[in-house]
Design a protein around this ligand. Sequence first.
Ligand code: HEM
Length: 432
Amino acid sequence: MSHKKSDAYHKISIPPSAQPTGCPVDSAFSPFDPDYLNNPYPQLEQLSAERPIFFAEQLGYLVVTGMDNVMEVLKNHEVFSSENVQDPVFPVCERAKAILSADDYNPQAVMSNSQQPEHTRIRKYTRDGFNARRMKLLEPYIRETTDRLLTQILDQGGPAEFISSFTHPLPGQVIFRFIGFPEADDEKLIYWTSNRLIFTWGKPTDEEQVEIAENMLRYWRYCRDFVASRNLQPADDLASELLAAHKENPQELTYREVESIIYGLSFAGHEIVSNFIGLTLQNVLPRRDRWEACCNDLSLIPGMLEEVLRFDSPQISWRRVATQDTRLGGVDIPKGTRIFISLGSANRDPALFSAPAEFNIDRVNASKHIAFGYGIHFCLGARLARLEAQIAIEALVTRVPSLRLVDNQDFSFAPNITFRGPLKLYAKWDET
Ligand code: HEM
């Protein structure tokens, strides 16, 4: 049963966190608070100014804010291990545990939650998989998919809901082609993988846990069958490339590691890019001068996207666990303390970014953000994510410069501690 093993992709039975003494304790802070979900920044600004490191009682995590503190944690990967980043935040119910206890459910920690020396060994192969040639091969597919989705939206007429029709299907289809999954399976793959963020980073009901666990198992079995088929008949895709590396040196990259990389990537590369493009539209469309500047000069788009990553990060937090007694920002941290690192607060640190709460596409140091993390686990998909967002926004400013948000809409966000992007976004345009 995978969750019993120390190298399991998701550890389902989690020991309680150690709690530091002598640091502020906050009984009110919760990333599930509707105000925080809607806009976490006013609370983060106040907390990081008043008590940058505190224990959040409701969450059971030590919250670390501010660029210096967050960087200290990310840099010291031996003291602050990433082994817990894929673990469910809250206990998993017995029925969902039973589903994930299937003998053949055994995905392994291979990237974000794997530790040294395995992490460096495996990352070498996954990093190679994101090579310039594969990105070049993928680029025309990203452009075609963007154009096809946009044509469908424009043909149907406005207003349209852009998350379900554009920002979500685009990165889903791109990551599936990158891996090598056949197009015919897109619909079921999106269904199986879409709710996993709630399982791991949210507060799902027992019923939701059971449904998601069933889909996780189905998806894992699909990944195994797919890898087996590529093993027999290789193609020009990431799965075949990883299998070729495995065949060349089976000790260096095992067969189950290949299966597990495929399993993890479909999530890592999908929802978050949808959030990124959704947040870009939410922030830029109402600032007409900024949108129009990009319509008139496509070279402004990369800088604008960096400012979105800084100002409204699609991943506002990440996690670590202390592997030994240590000290951070004047706080003694016992071994076993679970840590909630606030990337969102670091990206708005006034010591690094002047007027951090202002969205400024001309900001010269916007790219100093840590929206993609830092250090040995730095996001492998950063280049792909930027490319997808660049192509998506270029297509929109070129084909529908009159695009604007439908007035008076309330945005809502999936209740979870980490990933943030509008669940729905309605926009309209002038029909020609
Ligand atoms: C805007 C989009 C994205 C954001 C904001 C983002 C953010 C992050 C962050 C914060 C981390 C953790 C880094 C750390 O622990 O220091 C991470 C890791 C990772 N991301 Fe992304 N990501 C994005 C898109 C993607 C895409 C498109 C892919 C794949 C196609 C991807 C694959 C990964 C992988 C494999 C890791 C683990 C790397 C490792 O542990 O060595 N990400 N990402």
